[in-house]
Design a protein. Sequence first.
Length: 717
Amino acid sequence: MTEHNALNLDDISKTAFCIPFDSTGLNFIYSSMDRSQSLFSTDDGIAKPQLPSVTVNEARDIENGGELRFLAYKKAWTKCLARIQEIVQELQAASMKAVVQETRSSYDNTLPGLPYPELPVVYVTNPTFGSTFLGHITSALEENRNDAPGPSCLVTHVYPSDFSNISNGMKAIVSGFIEKSGLLEKVKRKTAESLANYDIKFLGAWYKAWLESSDIPEGRLPNLVVVFHDFEQYDPLVMRDICHICSKSISQLPLVFLLSLSSPSTNYLNVTYPQSTLALLRVRNFTTPSGLSVLQEIILKTFFDVNFEPDILIGPGVLDYLHDLFTRYASSVDVIFTVIQLVHLRHFSLEPLTVLVRDTPSLATSSPFTSALCARVSLQTHDEDVDMDPDPVSHAIAQLDKYRNCFYSRYQDLRLGFCVMLCVHRYLERQGHASLKWFTTDTRNEDRLQRVINGLLSGTLEKDVETLGIASSKLKEEEARDLIEEVHAFLYDLPADISSQEQGARAKLIMMKNYIATDTTSESSNLSMTLSTWLVDYLCEKLSVVEELDLWELWYTGRTPFPSELLNPSIRASMVSGLLRPYDYAEDPSSMVPTEPSPDKAIWELPDTSILFKRYLDSGKMINVYDWFESFKYVLDTQRSQTRELRTASPKKRAKGKAAKRQEVQMTEEEEEQWNVQVQARFIRAMHELDYLGFIKHTGRKADHLLRTVFDINDAE
């Protein structure tokens, strides 16, 4: 424990401290776990994957299969992550542009004739995108304008902890700008002649000096933007005075308040602050995209868009869990990122054949992996095909490449057919016709699109296809012609490789339109009916189930449920179970095979914290600390005696006889006091660990008694 004595448990940059079990000394070693710790080790300057423990059957795994599958996972997830980030940036772009434009032009066109100047306040409601949205806004505000030197705005960030009172709040605002510029470091000044660091006039003097040193034209003065994070947590009484102070200095300081709210409420200011404060503010409200529409946009454009092909298709089991988690508990983009990443990681961790998702590595003829692959392929092919090929390995590789091409081709047709359905559905909605109402805002039907996606993956969209066919057959001739043009334009704008494959469908659409345009008198040339028939046939051809293909589980998660315990485990049950059965969690980290549950151990074989917790369970509501210590000491005495018996159990040590026994008794008499001190130290440390975990509560009534905080834990035993 000496090498860990310098560990600072009060370090706020650490989110958790891991206490792994040390079986050699029955002790715990503290090691800090940083939140930002990477999955890669950078020893010697080379990134090497560090794999978690997985449940792969090693008997049929490829050589270095863990590393190869991790690299395949990394490639697939990086591709998917880049796509999701691109979609999120597109969703943020419109709102971010409006916020940046309003912040920059807050003092450009002020309303004349006001009795007093108003303090510009940009009010941003941002419940979904989190702090990343503010990060993009501040980066855009600090960029240089194209037509003027220097930054367009100076930005400082403040937090609720900085505004405990008025002085600290003003100090945070003033110091945030001054310290960021570094201008005062070049100026020699006397402390007695300096203004207070919370005085708004100090900020005015600095701003004037900064403008002179930066050579910025007077017509392009940059605004001073103060970003208030988590504005609901600020003390309203303090903020009222801050607004009054800052509004008095608008003529010298172009201050702009950028308020970030984590709740979707848009009337927080009106409810919390009086009219006397609101009269000093010019508030502009901006709401970012939020709610179920964000989840739908990410899912559709990531897994069901013809312009992007992910390596892994996520099935209904995961999508249902993600939908429920997002709508019920955490409507955040981070939740979407986390769930999809864990699905990728789990998919590549369970099946050894997932190393073949995108390409086929070199295979040894006699390896168990090759034998398992050949056996698996032989189940999907005819026996005569296997007999015709004298080399089963090359045959298996050829068949695997064929299966891979078939899956991605079917997946492409599935995405294309669904996108055509979306195109027709959106057109019908714009024209006011009866549609499928996939994107309805009614809270009772908010899961309708999720049902459609599940039906698409399971092949049960016949009713929706029939509904679209009936709706399109009732269109007027001009509306049908417009729909044909829209579908044709969609097929024409596809990527080159996909558009060439749909040349026949585009030719059919052009032929339908031209034929009706030249002959409008024939009853058999009803454009709407012709379009409806073609549309139904086309969608039935494209919307095929991928589960019908061979080895589909390599590229598709299917109906496998999401392992929710990885994302939201039961902390209480895990903690109690770990204290009661610590050896079940003390597995070898280098082993890829899960350890078997350890047999029941005697209480003296457990770690100190588990011993104390066992005695904790035997007490009542109040715990006498002295009795608790005595019961703990009794177990440690037993542990010491049992350890001595194990040490003297060998024949050589038994031959020493009475001499060794007399020496042992003599050592016990000399070190009895030292042993008691050690027992007290181990008791205090174990008690502090239980206190840190929240199992005990101190009371002021009895100094030598503690209160239990946890009862009824039979479910964890």
